[in-house]
Write a protein that binds this ligand. Structure first.
Ligand code: G1P
Length: 294
């Protein structure tokens, strides 16, 4: 069965970006001029997803507004002949079939994904976390979907991280199948460095069998008292293969301040409208700063 639907959990508080996220969702923070969540939605669409369910919570209304039409703004832009901006604004509202459901209590990522059960029904589905965005020749999610098409089961996206970073991720025990593809024979959520089964970290992209929902319904809280998606996938692995696909793309951890800044600078440098001027600015800045520090 093809993967047609995707779930994007977007209910977290965004404490790492306070005070910016006190009154606005972290998913709406812009990288240059585009909210983080739009990059994620565009990746899902570029991977062939037709239907996107965003799991929101209180204080996340602007995400819904962002993917809706904005008639007043469109009328204003139309009247002032701002055609290019007009199509940018209209295109966002027409990106895909985007649906919303609210997670009423923040009980963890597994619990957020469980809120999608009714919408997804009994078909395989993708999950994209908004804390990471990817740029490469092929959309990150499409790489997992290709693996799913070839081998079935469930698939998690992984990347190698340093030994001191494993504690921030779900980590797999890999058994190599072929180049870039592994069987995840075990999964551990946020292990201490000495307990990690490898340095292959799950990085925010999944293709999951709907059997995960039955597991999530009864799963007790795990690490940090939260219902963990990684724990549910580990149980799923007892009766179906869990594959891990090494994602071939540049990855930015935009849930982290440094990663957010890196994404902003690198994406700005690649933009046709900004790249050259921004590159000149950065070069001059570095020259001036290094002269000052000499
Ligand atoms: C979540 C998952 C974790 C995964 C990570 C990727 O953790 O629980 O397994 O490796 O996303 O970003 P979080 O970052 O929400 O703590």
């Amino acid at each position: 069965m093809p993967v047609r639907k995707a779930v994007i959990p977007a209910a977290g508080f965004g404490t790492r970006f306070l005070p910016a996220t006190k009154a606005q969702p972290k998913e709406m923070l812009p990288i240059v001029d585009t909210p983080i969540i739009q990059y994620v939605v565009e990746e899902a669409i570029a991977s062939g997803i037709e239907d996107i369910l965003i799991i929101t919570g209180r204080g996340k209304r602007t995400i819904e507004d962002h993917f809706d039409r904005s008639i007043e703004l469109e009328t204003f832009l139309e009247r002032n002949h701002r055609d290019s901006l007009l199509s940018t604004v209209r295109d966002v509202g027409n990106l895909a079939n985007v649906f919303f459901v609210r997670q009423k209590e923040q009980l963890g990522l597994g619990h957020a994904v469980l809120q999608a059960r009714h919408h997804i029904g009994n078909e395989p589905f993708a999950v994209l976390l908004g804390d990471e965005i990817f740029f490469g020749a092929r959309p990150a999610l499409s790489q997992l979907m290709d693996v799913y098409d070839q081998v079935g089961g469930s698939v998690v996206g992984v990347m190698e991280v340093s030994a001191d970073e494993v504690q921030r991720y779900g980590v797999i025990k890999p058994e190599k199948v072929n180049e870039g593809l592994y069987l995840a024979t075990d999964l551990v959520e946020k292990p201490a460095t000495h307990e990690a089964p490898s340095r292959m970290a799950i990085c925010g992209r999944y293709v999951l069998d709907p059997a995960i929902f039955d597991i999530l319904e009864t799963l007790p809280p795990g690490k940090n008292g939260e219902i963990q998606l990684t724990d549910a996938i580990r149980i799923l692995g007892k009766w179906q293969p869990i594959y891990a696909c090494e994602i071939d793309a540049r990855r930015y951890d935009v849930g982290d301040k440094l990663g957010y800044l890196q994404a902003t600078v690198e994406i700005a440098l690649e933009r046709e409208d900004l790249g050259e001027a921004f590159r000149d600015y950065l070069t001059n800045l570095l020259l001036t700063r290094s002269e000052v520090s000499r």
